[in-house]
Design a protein around this ligand. Structure first.
Ligand code: NAP
Length: 249
C-alpha cells in the first residue's frame, strides 16, 4: 500500500511513524518546504509543491500511489482542495485528518472572525498591544495597522510586509501556560490573535489569555471540499488506511 501523507503537522509525523513500521505499508511524506529546518517524519520524504492539481495528479500516477492522507494543518486549505481535485475520478481514496477546533471555556472572551482581514478589522476596538500567533504567513493582513504594537511569534522570520510597530519573536512550541503568561505580562499584551488550529500543542496561550482576562480574536478555519471524508485523530486515520489496504488485498 503506497501512501502519500500530505504533512507539516504533528499528526502527519505520528502517522508516518506508525505506518512505516508496519509490513505492507510504504509511506511517502510530503512537506511544502516552508520551514527552514523542519521536523522530518520517518520514512521517505519529498519537499516542495507539486505544481497545482495537475502536478499532484501526475505525481500520484508516476509514483504508483494507492491512497492519500491529507494530514496538513487545518489552515492549509489550498493543498487540501488540490488533493481532493487530484484524486477525483482516479479511484485513489483520500481522507482528511482534521483535529477538532477549540471551544470556549468559562472565562474566555473570544471574538470569532472568518479570516485574517476580519481579524485586523476587529483589533482597533480591542487593544493597543497585540500578540499575533498566526505563523509567519498572513502577517501582511495586519501591515496597515500603524497605530498598534505587535508581538509577532513565528518559527522563521516573516517575509511579508509587517506593521510598522512590532517585535518578531522566533520560537517553536509547544509552550507551557506559565511561559505564555510571562510573555503576555512582559509585553503588556492587550489582545491575542490566533487561528483556530485546535489540539493541545498550542493551547497554552489560550489558557494564559483566559487567566489574564484578555480578549482573543479567533480566526475560523477554511472549509474542506464538499463531500470530503474526514477523521479527527491519527488512530482513526490509521484504521482508515488499514481498511483500504485490506480492500486491496
Ligand atoms: P496551502 O496554502 O494549503 O498550500 C499552498 C501551496 O503549497 C499548495 O498549493 C502546494 O503547492 C504547496 N503545499 C502545501 N502543503 C504541501 C505539502 N504538504 N506538500 C507539498 N506541497 C504543499 O498551504 P500552507 O497553509 O502554506 O501550508 C504549507 C504547509 O505548512 C502544509 O504542509 C501545512 O501542513 C503546514 N502548516 C501550515 C500552517 C498554516 O497555518 N497554514 C500551520 C502549520 C503547518 P503546489 O500547488 O505547487 O502543489
Amino acid at each position: 500500500m503506497r501512501t502519500l501523507i500530505l504533512g507539516g503537522t504533528a499528526e502527519a509525523r505520528q502517522l508516518a511513524h506508525i505506518a512505516s513500521g508496519e509490513r505492507g505499508f510504504e509511506i511517502v511524506s510530503s512537506l511544502a518546504g516552508r520551514v527552514r529546518d523542519p521536523r522530518l517524519p520517518e520514512g521517505s520524504v519529498r519537499i516542495g509543491g507539486f505544481g497545482g492539481v495537475a502536478g499532484l495528479r501526475e505525481w500520484l500516477g508516476d509514483n504508483g500511489i494507492d491512497a492519500v492522507i491529507d494530514a496538513t494543518h487545518p489552515f492549509a486549505g489550498t493543498i487540501s482542495a488540490n488533493a481532493a481535485a487530484a484524486v477525483r475520478d482516479s479511484g485513489i481514496p483520500l481522507v482528511h485528518v482534521r483535529r477538532p477546533g477549540w471551544t470556549e471555556a468559562p472565562g474566555d472572551r473570544w471574538i470569532r472572525v472568518p479570516d485574517l482581514a476580519a481579524a485586523a478589522n476587529a483589533l482597533p476596538e480591542l487593544g493597543e498591544r497585540v500578540f499575533l500567533t498566526i505563523g509567519r504567513q498572513g502577517v501582511g493582513a495586519f501591515a496597515g495597522l500603524t497605530d498598534r504594537w505587535f508581538l509577532i511569534r513565528a518559527i522563521d522570520p516573516p517575509e511579508t510586509e509587517l506593521p510598522p510597530n512590532h517585535e518578531v519573536l522566533l520560537a517553536r512550541g509547544p509552550f507551557t501556560v506559565d511561559e505564555e503568561s510571562r510573555l503576555l505580562a512582559r509585553h503588556r499584551i492587550d489582545v491575542l490573535v490566533t487561528k483556530d488550529s485546535g489540539g493541545d500543542r498550542t493551547y497554552a496561550k489560550l489558557a494564559a489569555a483566559r487567566a489574564a482576562e484578555l480578549p482573543v480574536v479567533m480566526v475560523d478555519r477554511p472549509p474542506l471540499p464538499a463531500g470530503a471524508e474526514i477523521v479527527e485523530t491519527v488512530a482513526e486515520a490509521w484504521e482508515w488506511l488499514r481498511a483500504k489496504a485490506s480492500g486491496l488485498r
